[in-house]
Design a protein around this ligand. Structure first.
Ligand code: DX5
Ligand code: ZN
Length: 213
């Protein structure tokens, strides 16, 4: 299981110390949420903040862009240090998905696609072969600290089946409301990557990460 703590819930007064603790934990990735105040009703971080995180730790940078213009911002955040760039299906003209994935790969990053809780998995079926990761949102994107939406479980199980049946390579990631209990449910349904914000940073970081593994 890959654990990707979300910096959205980090205590920014103490960023350096919290990153130092994280690097001692079993977390392999760092989840970096980009919000533009338009695709979602919240603002978060720009590329300079990602550069600072990149310099401050050795974790794999898992960048989730919740923005209305993924074509523009994918390149901006890859140049700032994203190892994986995940954009939203709801934010792009489906005819432009393949071109954007090609661009992301040409910039030497992995490509992920995310769907909101109310979006059917069916819409992704024509594109699944293109991606390194599929992100199932288990809360409405925009804020940390919300409750897990159980409709994510069926999507995780279906993605797992589609992957096995078709020989796809993508990892399955879930984001929103993950704690020890919901993390275990996702694991039972076949998830590969757990994103957790408030559960990790509002508890003992090392123990919380360990409990998700
Ligand atoms: C929500 C973000 C999440 C958020 C998860 O839009 O994409 O990554 O940080 O926070 P928790 O784990 O607190 O639900
Ligand atoms: Zn996220």
């Amino acid at each position: 299981m890959i654990i990707s703590p979300s910096v959205l819930s980090l205590d920014y007064r103490d960023t350096k110390q919290q990153l130092a603790v994280l690097s001692q934990s079993k977390a392999q990735w760092l989840h970096f949420d980009v919000m533009d105040g338009h695709f979602v009703p919240n603002l978060s971080f720009g590329p300079d903040i990602l550069k600072a995180f990149k310099k401050s730790c050795d974790l794999f940078m898992d960048v989730h862009i919740m923005v209305s213009d993924p074509e523009y911002y994918s390149e901006v955040f890859i140049k700032a240090g994203a190892d994986l760039l995940t954009f939203h299906y709801e934010a792009i003209d489906p005819n432009k998905i393949e071109k954007l994935v090609t661009k992301i790969h040409s910039l030497n990053a992995k490509a992920g696609i995310a769907i909101k809780p109310k979006t059917s998995l069916d819409v992704l079926k024509p594109y699944l072969h293109l991606f390194d990761l599929v992100l199932v949102m288990s809360v409405e994107p925009g804020f940390g600290g919300q409750s897990f939406d159980e409709t994510a479980l069926a999507k995780i199980a279906a993605l797992r089946e589609l992957k096995l049946a078709n020989g796809y390579d993508y990892l399955i990631e879930v984001d929103g409301g993950i704690n020890e209990k919901t993390g275990a449910q996702c694991k039972e349904h076949g998830v590969d990557v757990l994103v957790a914000g408030s559960y990790v940073f509002k508890n003992d970081i090392i123990k919380a990460v360990e409990s998700l593994c």
